[in-house]
Write a protein that binds this ligand. Structure first.
Ligand SMILES: Nc1nc(=O)c2c([nH]1)NC[C@@H]1CN(c3ccc(C(=O)N[C@@H](CCC(=O)O)C(=O)O)cc3)C=[N+]21
Length: 298
């Protein structure tokens, strides 16, 4: 049976991290500036803790400062907004990331809108979303930015005029992904839970980006032969055998889709590592933009 080429997100992420580290070195050598990333974690979700630890390690490995703020699960919205205001005002802080999801008592949208758009390295602030949508320079959400970099590497100039189907319409992935694909001159469809005949819709796609959060929902027979499949899902499933380890699966039935597609991202080792690498690159971008430094000249 035919078998898709794997898109090695882990390797592309390592390349991006070393390019970022080199520029961080240049920024320090020429301007004496070391970018700082503040990560705010509210509560003790174990999965979030692992993820925050990885970010911390990779931020320092790239030569940037990582400032962690761990707050108890019962933190009030007012207290979190106070911390955000403090980080906005702190000249040592170039990037602010408030880990989502937040506990119920906190309105996440309010917190996102309180972050200075110039320090919004998640790209979730409406100012950055609007800039992306209108084609102006913006801080772009890390996960869709990482997906775009993988597509650029895989398809090069062959994206114009292609039909891209994004499954999922979140502000974090689906909507910004649609904007980025439009920027590559794709014909873009954003599908979601109310889309009729989703399998048939996906069958028309040259590029599929799956970001629904349902394990292995996209089946092999949904995929057009020769398509490029980007799997954003990270779903933790119980062990296949008793006493085994948790399994990580995407939103795509990988083995089925691999037999039909031309290119596919694995989970783990696909989009996930790109998300963190893009966070570091966004932090460098924010540090440079705030000071009017051209990041490509570092
Ligand atoms: N404000 C905010 N911004 C985020 O970007 C954000 C967030 N909140 N909340 C949680 C999600 C989740 N997320 C991941 C990033 C990388 C991996 C990753 O590196 N995954 C690896 C390994 C995963 C593993 O082994 O557990 C992989 O897919 O290969 C996973 C998950 C960013 N998030």
């Amino acid at each position: 049976m035919a078998s898709a080429e794997l898109i090695d997100g882990k390797a592309v992420a390592a390349d991006l991290r070393s390019a970022t580290a080199a520029r961080v070195g240049g920024l320090y050598a020429r301007h004496g500036i070391r970018p700082g990333l503040a990560v705010v974690l509210v509560g003790e979700d174990p999965a979030s803790q692992v993820y925050v630890r990885n970010k911390h390690r990779q931020t320092e490995a790239a030569g940037m400062r990582s400032l962690e703020h761990k707050l108890p699960a019962d933190t009030s919205e007012a207290a979190l907004l106070d911390l955000v205001a403090q980080l906005n005002a702190d000249p040592e802080v170039d990037g602010i990331l408030v880990q989502l999801p937040l506990p119920r008592q906190i309105d996440a949208q309010k917190v996102i809108e309180a972050i200075d758009p110039a320090k919004d390295v998640d790209g979730f602030h409406p100012v950055n979303a609007g800039r992306l949508a209108t084609g102006q320079p913006a801080l772009v959400p890390c996960t869709p930015l990482g997906c775009l970099m993988l597509l650029d590497r895989t398809l090069g100039q062959n994206m114009a005029g292609r039909h891209a189907v994004v499954i999922g319409r979140s502000n974090i992935v689906g909507k910004p992904m649609g904007q980025l694909l439009l920027g590559r001159d794709c014909t873009v469809t954003i599908a979601h839970s109310r889309t009729k005949d989703l399998p048939e819709m996906v069958r028309t796609a040259d590029i599929v980006v799956a970001a629904v959060g349902r394990p292995e929902m996209v089946r092999g027979f949904w995929i057009k032969p020769g398509a490029t499949v980007i799997d954003v899902g990270i779903n933790r499933l119980p062990p296949a055998t008793e006493g085994g380890k948790d399994r990580l699966v995407g939103d795509v039935a990988f083995d089925e889709a691999k037999a039909v597609a031309a290119h596919i991202t694995p989970v783990p080792g696909g989009v996930g590592p790109m998300t963190i690498a893009c966070l570091l690159s966004n932090t460098l971008q924010a540090a440079c933009a705030r000071r009017g430094i051209d990041m490509t000249q570092l």
